[in-house]
Ligand binder design. Structure first.
Ligand code: S3P
Length: 441
């Protein structure tokens, strides 16, 4: 197999690969990197963050906090950018940015920041790239308006750019979220940290709990009962150093690449194994993958290794409360479904329609181009697995996870696969292409 990228537009060229043996560490977790910078900024002193993900998305969060007056120093640079930061927390006393704040491609930056800004006594405009400008912000604008902020965006669904007029008099609420979304939950909890009283959020299924875990580590109390999380206002995070584990969502590409190939062996070390994120591992085990999770550190976030011995996979049904636990891995799970014997059915994943791209239609279209039979539903798809994949030209649609999922599909296809428009991969996984070349040779 070989990969290559050329300038304007960038693309991967991938060919079928042989079984591989590898041990690797993936870059820092994206969700945790965003939160580490925001929560350290809210804290009462200096926090050093180790293992920060030097990706375009996370860098937007750093620049946004700097624009609001937070001093953030780069202590160490890795191959792809800053990996150790020092954040000088200001106990939640931010300055108004001097102009609109760029959130790039990052929904997490825009939605979590909105929670903080809802409680600041000034106006801020947040904007993003083309993809982010198509994503609905009504899901945070609704509850944050109930708390007293004024949030305006484009159209019925409050699309970016959005203008937030915050208030020092933010009110506690209880909010029943119609979607299981950690971004919505976190935005409300962050605003609630400034309110006088108890703020709580219920969600239909439990979403990732990085916010609750990091707040606890920084000595801010939240309580979870079932799918409801509550916070009491007036708490300031205690400054403490933070360590970001490797991103399981990035590791997932190599885990699937190894799991579906007999004789491949892979060990991913120092990776986050938070159970609200590790649905991909459980789903792959149900598909017959020979895979082991070994947790060796439980300090705040469970961290450990994943060991994979390649073999044959079979199709399964995925839906209900497991969806939030593997929401970002559905593109690569769909590829696993195409490689598995039998049918894989994904349901209850409407949320995929409003990610960086419409991931249901992007995955279905690209799999079809590779010769796979796929039936698309409003909330998922049915994939008929087991047919030999054919190399094809596929589109990333500017979506990092689509680009990486189909680079992996190309490793299993007859002939050459061209994945177009892959610059977007730097939003979550700088170094993906280098790893691909090194792993597969
Ligand atoms: C994220 C939550 C998820 C996920 C996204 C990151 C987070 O989004 O898809 O990539 O860091 O909170 P939703 O909250 O929209 O489910």
């Amino acid at each position: 197999m070989s990969t290559s990228s050329s300038s304007a537009p960038s693309q991967y060229k991938v060919r079928a690969a042989s079984p591989f043996t590898a041990e690797l560490v993936v870059p820092g977790d994206k969700s945790i990197s965003h939160r580490s910078v925001m929560f350290a900024s809210l804290s009462n002193g200096i926090c050093d963050i180790d293992g920060f993900l030097p990706s375009a998305d996370c860098w937007c969060t750093v620049e946004a906090m700097r624009a609001m007056g937070v001093q953030i120093d780069v202590l160490e640079e890795g191959e792809f950018g800053p990996t150790k930061l020092r954040v000088h927390g200001n106990s939640g006393r931010f300055e108004a940015a001097s102009g609109p704040v760029n959130c790039g491609n990052s929904g997490t930056t825009m939605r979590l920041l909105s929670g903080i800004l809802a409680a600041q006594p000034f106006e801020t405009e947040l904007y993003g790239d083309e993809s982010l400008s198509r994503r609905p912000m009504d899901r945070i604008a609704g509850p944050l308006s109930q708390m007293g902020a004024v949030i305006e965006g484009r159209g019925d669904r409050c699309m970016p750019p959005i203008r937030i007029t915050g208030t020092k008099d933010i009110q506690p609420i209880h909010y029943d979220s119609p979607v299981a979304s950690a971004q919505v939950k976190s935005a409300i909890l962050l605003a609630g940290m400034f309110a006088n009283g108890k703020t709580s959020v219920s969600e239909p299924y439990l979403s990732r709990d990085h916010t609750e875990r990091m707040l606890k580590y920084l000595l801010v109390k939240t309580v979870r009962e079932g799918n409801t999380v509550s916070i009491w206002g007036g708490q300031t995070p205690e400054s403490r150093d933070l360590k970001v584990p490797g991103d399981l969502s990035s590791a997932a590409f190599w885990i699937v690449a190894a799991a579906a190939r007999p004789k491949s062996q892979l060990r991913v070390r120092e990776v986050g194994l938070n159970p609200t994120r590790s649905g991909i591992l459980k789903a792959l085990i149900r598909m017959g993958a020979r895979l082991k999770e070994i947790v060796d550190d439980e300090n705040g976030e469970p961290v450990g290794s994943v060991e994979v011995n390649g073999g044959e996979l079979h199709g399964i049904e995925i839906g209900g409360d497991e969806i939030p636990k593997l929401i970002d891995e559905i593109p690569i799970l769909a590829v696993a479904g195409a490689l598995a014997k039998g049918t894989t059915i994904i349901r209850d994943a409407h949320e995929l329609r409003v990610k960086e791209s419409d991931r249901i239609s992007a995955v279905a279209e690209n799999l079809r181009r590779m010769g796979v039979t796929v039936q698309e539903f409003a909330d998922g798809m049915e994939i008929t697995g087991g047919a030999k994949l054919k190399g094809a030209t596929v589109e990333s649609l500017g979506d990092h996870r689509i680009a990486m999922a189909f680079a992996v599909a190309g490793l299993y296809a007859e002939g050459e696969t061209i994945v177009k428009d892959v610059d977007c991969v730097s939003t979550s996984y700088p170094g993906f292409e280098q790893e691909l070349k090194q792993l597969i040779g």
